[in-house]
Ligand binder design. Structure first.
Ligand code: ATP
Ligand code: MG
Length: 342
């Protein structure tokens, strides 16, 4: 699993998200969209009495690999996974309808992902981009992740070029705007963020065949943002809420990350880790799966220092095994001093 951590303005190519599948039929030309049948395939409108095999269509797109990877790589998130399958079904049916000449315009695919930090929003947005690419609704299927600073300038005249440059990079893929509500400052009508919002609104409407915008952030802040920006609200087709992880889920996420990195817990360390999570969850700046990743990274550092300090030779077993002491020296275990990830 690749950590898609916050890289402001970063572009994540489809190849990093993909699963090594070649693109089927209509996707491969790169320009085929449902309302614009691929000329190479000479797709003609089907007669009214024709039949289409939806499960074959689905198999051909390769989206089952996306679902499989979602299930295997991401713990929990059942409601999110369900919504992704629903969107896929909608689009498969839309494609079939287009073949009968029934669809006239492309469905609106702009989305809003709400949830606490580290609940998997960026990761799922990358998978979504891949899925939309496989289904032929995105030309490139990459993801450009930005925040306010990437879109809004400091001086007059700087915002429009900045926003347009970002949009240009995102075309053919997903523009992921983290904490989108910071684009809007209630107390300052002349804030440059407004200018960026206006441009985004236009592009979300006029170029929606070539760009999917996904806004992300805390639910309450996003709700106020939409209340103040009804134009934005009306352009969002899908709202998906990412729940906080339970202790069991955090534990499973930790085990998955350990496995991916080629580490394992000693028997006692597994209990210590769970205890760590239980404490960390109630401390400030807890960030769900991101905190789990950080905890493991710090334990790996302590583990490495510990091994370097021993005079004895070490074997494979020691190189892969984290023990309780690798977690116990964390500040999380210090009485009354719970300030997270140290
Ligand atoms: N359900 C999950 N199962 C396994 N790993 C997960 C899960 N959710 C998130 N992760 C991992 O946790 C880290 C943080 O996830 P991600 O960046 O997608 O969260 P986010 O909601 O975008 O957070 P933020 O709001 O802080 O940007 C990543 O390394 C990701 O791989
Ligand atoms: Mg994120």
């Amino acid at each position: 699993m690749t950590p898609p951590d916050r890289l402001p303005g970063s572009e994540i190519p489809a190849s990093r998200v993909g699963f090594g599948m070649s693109r089927p039929g209509r996707n491969s030309a790169g320009s085929a969209t449902p309302e614009e049948p691929d000329n190479d395939n000479e797709e003609e409108t089907l007669p009214p009495d024709a039949q289409v095999d939806l499960s074959k269509d689905r198999a051909e797109t390769g989206i089952d690999d996306v679902f499989k990877a979602l299930d295997e790589d991401l713990v929990g998130l059942a409601p999110v996974k369900k919504r992704i399958r629903e969107i896929a079904a909608l689009l498969l049916v839309d494609r079939a309808r287009a073949r009968f000449g029934l669809s006239t315009s492309r469905p609106n695919l702009h989305m809003n992902f709400t949830g606490s930090p580290g609940t998997g929003k960026t990761t799922v947005a990358m998978r979504m981009s891949d899925m939309l690419h496989r289904l032929g609704y995105l030309r490139r299927g990459h993801l450009v992740s930005v925040t306010r600073d990437d879109l809004v300038g400091q001086y007059v005249g700087h915002t429009a070029p900045k926003t347009k440059e970002v949009l240009k990079r995102a075309m053919g893929g997903v523009l992921f705007i983290d904490e989108a509500y910071y684009l809007y400052r209630e107390d300052n009508e002349r804030d440059y963020g407004q200018e960026s919002i206006e441009i985004l609104l236009q592009v979300m409407e006029n170029q929606r065949e070539d760009l999917v915008v996904i806004l992300a952030g805390y639910k309450d802040k996003m709700d106020s943002f939409f209340a103040a920006n009804p134009g934005m609200s009306s352009r969002i087709a899908h709202h998906i809420d990412f729940p906080d992880y339970t202790l069991d889920e955090l534990n499973d996420i930790g085990k998955l990350m350990m496995r991916d990195e080629g580490y394992r817990f000693s028997e006692e360390a597994e209990k210590t880790f769970r205890d760590y999570l239980k404490r960390r969850k109630d401390q400030p700046r807890f960030a769900n799966a991101r905190s789990v990743r950080n905890a493991i990274e710090r334990a790996r550092l302590r583990h490495a220092s510990r091994l370097m300090e021993t005079d004895e030779s070490v074997g494979k077993d020691q190189l892969v095994t984290l023990t309780p002491e690798d977690f116990l020296s964390s500040r999380v275990f210090a009485e009354g001093d719970g300030d997270g990830e140290k």
